[in-house]
Design a protein around this ligand. Sequence first.
Ligand code: URA
Length: 198
Amino acid sequence: MTAKTVGHADVFESLRHEVEGCTRCPLHDSRTQVVFGSGNPAADLFFVGEAPGAEEDRSGVPFVGRSGRLLERMLETIGISRQEVFISNVVKCRPPENRDPSSLEIETCSPYLERQIELVEPRVICSLGNFATRLLSGEKRGITQIHGVPRKIQIGSLDTTLFPLFHPAAALRSPAYASGLEGDFARIPELLGSPEGE
Ligand code: URA
């Protein structure tokens, strides 16, 4: 465990416990289990997707389906393993039939994501797709307009860098998004390496 996790390990586990018992929004009725997030709680790189799908709801782990396999392959291209990063979602429970999460669900769940980010203290947050990007940038512009452009953001007391990316599910559907995602991914090492994450 690195120095970064030592002070936070208990707090992180108690947050996990709290989220796993959450009944704040209607999604708790239909979920199999909460998908809190997985990976290194002291990661420099934090990925935020949209919501768990069927496989994530079954396994309790984010990005384990086709999108997850693509995310892992993309990480391999830059020499980073899934265990080194932290992966979570805007909402922690699966919306029925994989519908979009509602504004109420996002609003209710987003304090959990903020607390996760504050505890992990990543240098770079990659928002995957429109939901995560709009939530974390506070902007309405869509991912096709702002992908691949890093920006400084503040989450609670943490100053960090947001790097919006296409969602892997979009890349699986469209070769243009796939090459956009690949091109943007190639810039991640540079963002992680520079003194201010940019
Ligand atoms: N799996 C996740 O955990 N999140 C997504 O956004 C898509 C697939």
